[in-house]
Design a protein around this ligand. Structure first.
Ligand SMILES: Cc1cc2nc3c(=O)[nH]c(=O)nc-3n(C[C@H](O)[C@H](O)[C@H](O)COP(=O)(O)OP(=O)(O)OC[C@H]3O[C@@H](n4cnc5c(N)ncnc54)[C@H](O)[C@@H]3O)c2cc1C
Length: 288
């Protein structure tokens, strides 16, 4: 199938995009890399009257590190994140994750912002944003507002973004001390969406865990932070994470807390089992 007819306008500033969103309301759709939107137009799942193309908005592109804040512009592509020296140094988790997102051609066009706004529960970036406690910077008719990642991903393909707003960037605060991470996803083939995935970021002081953020994705309608795990692991020595009793306690905690949903190919029970499998692997790897 081909998309229904639509008007198209390429904009060159955030203000221009906001003005068009205000004029056209629900009949307008922003387009970033088009890697998710174009298939949905072709399948006629979406029928906007006008597409507002963000490719010409330079202020939405690029990665900066100022003060203690790393900022990823919404129009930064997956590939640009992969090759950024700032990201490699400050947020190496993201560098490691990129090759797991789709395939090179898609990564060259798909963007950080498009992936976060789409809110696909199987996508890697929303889970990373939550694990790294990102802040989403949003522009709207009333100016700028900031929303923590934990309050941004609301439901299946639903975020806190309003129809007259656009995501302009995500910010990550770099705190002193050592940070370690882990990422693993189980998928049928490399580049496929994950059957179940786990991403985590730990803050350490003298090898003791002072903060742990384990986020599961592709298990429910949104990525889920394992809150209970934070108290289970608090003040544990990183080297002790491979202790079998601690692993068992941690697995019990996530399996009691995380309510999994089935998808087209995998049952909720299977995903519940995989929560524990991924957690055990993560804890053993982090300990070593
Ligand atoms: C075959 C295939 C495999 C894929 N596999 C994976 C995968 O394994 N993991 C994964 O995470 N993704 C995967 N993707 C999706 C890919 O990562 C997309 O790039 C991404 O989901 C959307 O980014 P985009 O820039 O292309 O957004 P678009 O498709 O242009 O837009 C997506 C949505 O976001 C909105 N939007 C975009 N930018 C903004 C903004 N700044 N402010 C407000 N709204 C905005 C659009 O209006 C639209 O509703 C796959 C895609 C394909 C086609």
């Amino acid at each position: 199938m081909k998309a229904a007819a639509f008007n198209y306008q390429k904009v060159h500033s955030i203000q221009e995009a906001l003005a068009l969103l205000a004029d056209h309301g629900d009949n307008a759709k922003l387009i970033a890399g088009g890697q998710s939107l174009l298939p949905s137009l072709n399948m006629r799942l979406s029928n906007p009257e006008i597409l507002i193309d963000l490719q010409g908005v330079a202020e939405l592109k690029g990665i900066t590190f100022e003060g203690n804040i790393v900022r990823i512009g919404a129009m930064t592509t997956h590939t640009e994140i992969q090759h950024s020296s700032i990201i490699e140094k400050q947020l190496p988790l993201l560098t490691e994750v990129v090759p797991h997102i789709a395939h090179r051609a898609i990564r060259n066009l798909g963007t950080w912002g498009g992936s976060c706004v789409l809110g696909d529960p199987a996508a890697e970036w929303p889970a990373c944003a939550l694990a790294l406690d990102a802040v989403m910077v949003i522009a709207g008719p009333k100016g700028l507002r900031k929303v923590a990642a934990k309050d941004f991903f609301l439901d299946l393909y639903t975020t806190a973004l309003q129809a007259d707003e656009l995501l302009i960037a995500s910010e990550f605060t770099m705190t002193p001390g050592k940070r370690v991470h882990y990422f693993e996803e189980l998928s049928r083939r490399h580049g496929d969406y994950a059957v179940t995935g786990l991403v985590c970021s730990l803050q350490l002081e003298q090898n003791k865990i002072t903060q742990s953020r384990f986020v599961y994705f592709s298990v429910a309608s949104v990525p889920l932070l394992a809150h209970g795990l934070q108290s289970v692991l608090q003040n544990q020595l990183i080297g002790d994470l491979s202790n079998p009793p601690l692993i068992a306690q941690a697995q019990q905690s996530v399996q009691a807390e995380i309510q999994t949903l089935s998808d087209l190919t995998n049952s909720a029970e299977m995903k519940k089992h995989l929560l524990g499998v991924l957690l055990e692997r993560a804890m053993k790897k982090l300990a070593s």
